[in-house]
Write a protein that binds this ligand. Structure first.
Ligand code: GDG
Length: 474
């Protein structure tokens, strides 16, 4: 790490979190952090000269801009109150449940909203202060929906992109938000507003029509400007992906392949290993998955002698009440199922409430015969794509919820509606019994899609459209 302040940047990424975590070790104070957004953007940032604006992840931590591992980082400080009201409150307990179709009840609190406005302003100011004349700024995700307009107000010379990583709900749900007008205004400050699915972009355009009556045509929204004219904001789908080559390379490493074999052996080498990997979040459908698996054991259609479910539930948002409750429910369910079905030598569910290094994740992907992605709502779901990218052996089967964004692209997966427990049970059984040839054919098609449309193509498509919008408005 060097202490050089970051100069003016031609390309600026703004996200809630910086791609690093603070450690307690003064000699080595920063560590790269995992997570969907970081996994997606890191390869992009390495190929451009730019700066990254974000929160360093600890309350009251004031740090000057610094360089880390080739990235220019610009920290935005949040107080304990900010974390509680803006992050845990408005972002994770209002917007998150509302945008995931109210799977959990959103809280609407004016103090949370006030903090959201205040913190969004701080992020906009940080980005405005380091962006060079005419720079491109790419804002990310639901914590920062007001930043595009706040930034445009301060710096009309900038080209502003926004990408929304989570779903955008239908208007009947979105309309609940007491600040529905202000949030749309914030987003419309961007030149290009990217979504995961075509349906999300459509929901957004419809919300804009309902709230403002602006004209929208094939995703081009005509937004009035203060001088009485208008500008165009584009709302369009750009399904995010992964750096597939990283997973391919890891999966080819002999030590990781050996680890995959070791995992199988340590589970007693069952005929079938089912795997779930999720942040412990109510959107991921972990309870539905456990229910289906538990019933299959109860019904005698599956036996612990033949099948084990490995469930990695990485710790997430542990101070938000809904997440504490969910953890209790999941752990109670796992305990019951294991209590009823375990033998001295075999376990029905190997439940792991940990975060693992990427190498271990790939070993798990390689060891698993069936990957269960049963999200009730998910913007994309990168785990599904990581599993596919890791299966260099052409084996393994993906069971994928139709409510995950990935379902639009990964059409050769076995599709499920996780709310339909009987359907989910039948899908699990059919996958276990799927003929080898059929399994391989599906995986081959999935692998082609994931390797061709990787994260580099995703960002290229978005940034090309953003550059074109600059040309169009000049
Ligand atoms: C949001 C949207 C969208 C998880 N546990 C560990 C670990 N992970 C990694 C996975 C994957 C990432 O975290 C999770 O990404 P997902 O896409 O599955 O889900 P969200 O975190 O909810 O992400 C989502 C995404 O943003 C990107 O736009 O797809 O819909 O909700 O990369 O591998 N990684 C490691 N250890 C763990 O224990 N190393």
């Amino acid at each position: 790490m060097s202490e050089h302040p970051v100069d003016e940047a031609d390309f600026v990424v703004v996200s809630n979190r910086l791609p690093v975590d603070r450690t307690d070790d003064d000699a080595d104070p920063w560590r790269r952090s995992p997570g969907g957004l970081v996994a997606a953007l890191e390869p992009v940032m390495r190929t451009v000269q730019g700066a990254w604006v974000g929160w360093p992840g600890k309350a009251d931590l004031e740090v000057e801009p610094f360089e880390f591992d080739g990235l220019s980082l610009v920290p935005v400080a949040l107080s304990g109150d900010d974390v509680q009201l803006y992050y845990e409150g408005f972002s994770n307990d209002t917007i998150w449940p509302l945008y995931h179709d109210v799977i959990a009840a959103p809280g609407y609190h004016r103090t949370w909203w006030d903090a959201y406005v205040r913190v969004n302003r701080r992020f906009a100011e940080a980005a405005a202060s380091i962006a060079a004349e005419g720079a491109t700024v790419w804002v990310h995700d639901y914590q920062l929906q007001l930043v595009p307009a706040l930034l445009r107000e301060r710096r009309p010379d900038l080209t502003i992109g926004y990408f929304h990583h989570i779903p955008f709900p239908a208007y009947g749900i979105y309309a609940q938000l007491p600040w529905r007008k202000q949030v749309l205004e914030g987003l419309l400050g961007a030149d290009v507003i990217g979504f995961q699915r075509v349906a999300d972009a459509g929901n957004f355009a419809r919300a804009v029509r309902r709230v403002f009556s602006y004209e929208t045509k094939a995703g081009a929204i005509s937004v009035p400007t203060p001088d009485g004219g208008s500008r165009v904001a584009v709302a369009k789908a750009y399904p995010i992906s992964i750096d597939a080559s990283v997973y391919d390379e890891l999966a080819r490493r002999p030590d990781i392949q050996a680890r995959a074999r070791e995992i199988r052996e340590s589970l007693g080498d069952p005929a079938t290993i089912l795997l779930g990997v999720d942040r412990l979040d109510y959107t991921k459908g972990i309870r539905h998955r456990l229910k289906a698996f538990g019933e299959l054991l109860n019904d005698g259609r599956l036996s612990v002698e033949d099948v084990t479910l490995v469930q990695v539930a990485s710790p997430s948002r542990e101070r938000v009440e809904a997440y504490m409750q969910l953890r209790d429910e999941i752990e109670l369910t796992v305990g019951r199922i294991n209590g009823d079905h375990d033998t001295v030598g075999r376990s029905a569910i190997r439940y792991l409430h940990h975060s693992y290094p990427r190498e271990e994740m790939v070993a798990l992907y390689l060891a698993a015969d069936v990957m269960l992605v049963t999200a009730l709502r998910d913007g994309m779901n990168l785990v599904a794509k990581e599993y596919v990218a890791s299966r260099i052996d052409g084996g393994g089967t993906l069971v994928l919820s139709e409510f995950a964004g990935a379902a639009d692209e990964l059409t050769q997966a076995i599709k499920v509606n996780p709310h339909d427990i009987d359907g989910l049970k039948d899908a699990i059984m059919s996958v276990i019994e799927l003929p080898e040839g059929e399994r391989r054919k599906r995986m081959k098609a999935l692998r082609r899609r994931v390797s061709e449309y990787d994260v580099a193509r995703w960002s290229q498509r978005f940034l090309d459209d953003l550059a074109a919008s600059k040309g169009a408005s000049a």
